[in-house]
Design a protein. Structure first.
Length: 308
């Protein structure tokens, strides 16, 4: 039954609820520097796919996926040891990419695995860039949805579920449309099958991921709540909706008649992702003194040293 859930979820959303799912009213954005624009911060890798390149990531070789995983682990390990709230999304991304590696090494799973491997590397680099720009104070280079997510983690203002949803929102609703467009994947309709195959990877990941997140960082993550339900099934369906929306937004970028029109689509993507982030923030924020991060942090500290 579990292996069919992603198909049912996709069938239920292709009525194109392309407007992003909101939990509640969005609050005003924080006063940050104006974002410099999506095209200025895209990784150069995104537009350089060449299967004959000597560069593993440009060519989309499996070795690039393993390099990406090593970088993810290098970032995640100190976060986890410190019970840093950024660790929640980092773990999710790491486990997903580990599962993706197995899928791309499975003959026939993807029609064009090297192209998807290339996308995987460019996609991960967008997260790395946003995180590093935030950490070094280059706020004008951090997309608005990522500012909301990274600030919430730094200031420990939301639940573990909130940290997970904010990271997923920024990476899928904001980053993914730009990567799909920049890598040219939406230019060939045959690539849509490979895009949808990733939903099957997620179907294998989400349930054990939530269990691990709950065991390591915040026990309430196991009961994560979305408009599609509570726990694994609700989160999976939300991911399918958001990934479908990302593909459609990438198509809008690709079919824009001119640069000005494309910039308008990009601005709409940025604004929608930030609005979604604000809605998640409003729903998942702690309400001191009734709810605070203290219990979560103590739980995480006590969980250190377990074998994962």
């Amino acid at each position: 039954m579990r292996t069919l859930l992603w198909q049912r979820a996709l069938a239920s959303v292709v009525a194109l609820t392309m407007a992003l799912v909101a939990w509640g009213p969005a609050g005003p954005a924080a006063a940050d520097p104006i974002f410099v624009g999506w095209s200025a911060v895209m990784p150069p890798l995104a537009a350089t796919y060449n299967p004959d390149s000597s560069d593993d990531c440009v060519a989309g070789r499996v070795t690039c996926v393993t390099k990406t995983i090593r970088q993810m682990r290098k970032r995640f390990d100190p976060q986890a040891a410190a019970c840093d709230h950024d660790a929640v999304f980092s773990l999710a991304y790491l486990r997903t990419t580990e599962a993706y590696l197995k899928a791309t090494q499975t003959a026939g799973f993807f029609d064009n695995p090297s192209a998807v491997n290339h996308e995987d590397a460019a996609f991960a680099q967008m997260y790395f860039n946003a995180y590093d720009d935030w950490a070094t104070g280059r706020l004008s280079r951090v997309p608005p949805a990522w500012r909301v997510a990274l600030r919430a983690a730094d200031e420990e203002t939301v639940t573990g579920s909130g940290d997970l949803l904010l990271g997923i929102n920024a990476h899928v609703n904001r980053d993914l449309p730009f990567v799909l467009f920049a890598t040219g994947l939406v230019g060939d309709p045959r690539n849509k099958r490979d895009h949808d195959q990733v939903n099957r990877v997620l179907n294998s990941v989400v349930e054990p991921l939530l269990a691990e997140e709950a065991a390591r960082f915040d026990p309430t993550i196991a009961q994560i709540s979305t408009p599609y339900g509570v726990g694994y099934t609700g989160l999976l369906q939300l991911l399918v909706v958001w990934r479908e929306n990302a593909w459609r937004q990438a198509e809008r970028l690709a079919t824009a008649p001119d640069a000005a029109s494309r910039d308008q689509v990009a601005a709409e993507i940025e604004a929608a992702a930030e609005s979604q982030a604000q809605a998640i923030l409003a729903k998942e924020a702690y309400q001191p003194p009734v709810t605070t991060t203290k219990a979560r942090n103590s739980y995480c500290t006590a969980s250190q040293g377990a074998d994962y």
